[in-house]
Design a protein around this ligand. Structure first.
Ligand code: NAG
Ligand code: NAG
Ligand code: NAG
Ligand code: NAG
Length: 286
């Protein structure tokens, strides 16, 4: 018991420190990935991840929202969590809070309101901050909101008749619609239902160089592109769904009702209590 607890605790501490403690001093990156989400798909994924997860959706549910602005070194995924002197300051978000809630939505209702934005700043904003266009929390987030308007995916897709419906599209048509509009290769990401293997379009990414001109995106992993000639992780054996409504089987009874959110926070408090209790117990047994 003694050794086990000690090891367990060290392990947790090690994990915590290695994910939060190390900041990269490597600000070397080549281009920006601007990622937008289809919140209904993000929601379906979130609710599937853990029982009790509930979603917070923008007032206009059928709208593309920002995920993040991600500096990327060609051929890799990062850098992330750069050692920037600029710290996350939620006060800088206050003037644009309504806009952020609607267009840079934290879909995960059972997390703290600022947590999504803080995460994006710490992981990606710190690395982006070497460019003057992103050199403060205000600039990073207002630029994301501007990109969301400038590269309005609803408008782009609608222009070629691609609208949300639950019937499915040939991904190539969706991909070409964006390529025809932007002149550059996008990246389209799906969440895939474990049982039906159906893919729901969840993110569309466009890429920009350091002067913020559009460029071709790269495949985000070695599995992508290759044979199919598209940057995507979607399952192409079936048509891909541009969700109009979240399929009922994903929903926790009545989605996003206030009483459910309360219930989740109750559960959360309960888990936290147990966790704290166990923690105390560990220290006592040590
Ligand atoms: C995107 O365009 C749609 C109409 O196609 C509009 O309703 C929506 O407000 C626009 N989004 C932004 C962020 O401007
Ligand atoms: C894209 O543009 C090409 C060439 O103009 C055209 O043949 C094709 O039908 C367009 N595809 C879509 C999906 O708009
Ligand atoms: C970004 O792309 C534009 C258009 O292709 C080009 O004129 C510009 O020089 C590029 N900027 C950088 C930093 O590569
Ligand atoms: C959600 O609530 C509405 C009315 O409050 C009800 O008509 C509907 O059946 C409920 N849906 C589910 C899946 O429980």
């Amino acid at each position: 018991m003694f050794n086990f607890c000690y090891l367990w605790h060290s392990l947790i501490l090690t994990i915590c420190f290695s994910s939060y403690g190390q900041l990269s001093s490597d600000f070397d990156w080549d281009y920006i990935v601007f990622s937008q989400r289809w919140p209904l798909s993000t929601c379906a994924e979130w609710e599937e991840t853990k029982p009790g997860n509930v979603c917070n959706l923008p007032t206009n549910r059928l709208t593309w929202t920002v995920h993040g602005i991600w500096p990327t070194k060609s051929g890799t995924r990062g850098p992330i969590s750069c050692n920037s002197a600029i710290h996350f300051d939620p006060n800088q978000l206050t003037p644009m809070l309504d806009d952020l809630k609607e267009h840079w939505t934290n879909v995960e209702a059972n997390t703290k309101q600022n947590s999504f934005w803080e995460h994006e700043w710490k992981k990606h904003g710190t690395c982006a901050s070497i460019l003057p266009q992103f050199d403060s929390v205000t600039n990073y987030f207002s630029r994301g909101l501007k990109f969301n308007k400038d590269y309005n995916l609803s408008t782009i897709l609608e222009s070629n008749g691609v609208v949300p419906n639950n019937n499915g599209y040939n991904l190539q048509d969706v991909y070409n619609t964006i390529m025809n509009s932007t002149g550059k290769e996008p990246s389209i990401q799906c969440v895939t239902d474990k049982n039906t293997k159906e893919s729901f379009i969840s993110e569309i990414r466009i890429c920009l160089n350091k002067t913020l001109d559009l460029i071709d995106c790269e495949p985000s992993s070695a599995h992508e592109k290759g044979d199919i000639g598209m940057n995507t992780n979607c399952n192409l054996k079936k048509s891909v769904i541009y969700l109009l409504k979240i399929p009922q089987f994903y929903l926790n009874e009545n989605e996003s009702e206030m009483n459910e959110i309360d219930q989740t926070f109750q559960n959360w408090k309960y888990y936290t209590m147990i966790y704290n209790f166990l923690n105390v117990l560990f220290w006592i047994t040590l």
